[in-house]
Ligand binder design. Structure first.
Ligand code: COA
Length: 173
């Protein structure tokens, strides 16, 4: 995994992004990540990526959203996963969502990419000047629980959201 790196979402990777979405479209929809991961087509990909860049700059944010940076985990010109870093928290994100959401393409799960992606994202958070990072996840999402704890996550609260039990962790940077 030596050529792994996190790159900012950019239209220069639009072909790679379309290839990624081809595999993940149904899974992203089913897991509810389509609010942060655009399900782009040939027609929309450029505009979708430009929109993500607007969000990074705090422009044209949907109601109730905070500025957020999207990165892609890339290996050998292939997108392995995506990560969204919220620059600050609001009431909703404190309850569920936190600073970071991350996603690894289904065919590459269970190979260590999730934990590595999170570790690289923490470097981005340090560069953004954050001192601690909130990450929330469903209690039954074992791969995510393990990736968070492997990256130093300290469990500080557990809550209920509908039928989901939510764990909340701080990672001190
Ligand atoms: C959560 C997610 C990013 C983890 O990515 P991943 O690449 O599979 O994670 P890793 O391979 O780094 O595995 C992390 C840990 O979980 C364990 N793990 C992986 N798959 C597992 C499974 N199906 N059951 C139990 N443990 C599992 C790994 O063994 C590893 O633990 P270890 O370090 O003790 O060996 C990925 O499953 C995903 O994209 N899920 C959908 C989106 C999501 O839930 N995002 C997180 C929102 S909070």
């Amino acid at each position: 995994m030596s050529s792994l790196n996190l790159v900012s979402a950019d239209t220069k990777y639009k072909e790679e992004y379309l290839e990624f979405i081809k595999e993940c479209r149904d899974d992203i929809k089913e897991t509810g990540f389509d609010s942060v991961i655009p399900l782009s087509s040939e027609e929309t990909v450029e505009a979708d990526i430009k929109r993500l860049n607007d969000y990074r700059a705090g422009k044209n944010l949907p109601e109730g959203w905070v500025p957020a940076s999207t990165y892609w985990l890339m290996e050998n010109n292939r997108i392995i996963g995506t990560i969204s870093i919220r620059h600050r928290l609001n009431v909703n994100l404190k309850f569920r969502g936190g600073h970071i959401s991350y996603y690894v393409r289904p065919s590459e799960r269970g190979k260590g990419y999730g934990a590595k992606q999170l570790s690289l994202a923490l470097d981005c958070c340090r560069n953004l000047g954050m001192k601690k990072v909130l990450i929330t996840c469903k209690k039954d999402n074992l791969p995510s629980v393990k990736a968070i704890e492997k990256n130093g996550g300290v469990l500080f609260s557990e809550g209920i959201d509908g039928s989901d039990v939510i764990l909340r962790y701080w990672i001190y940077l």
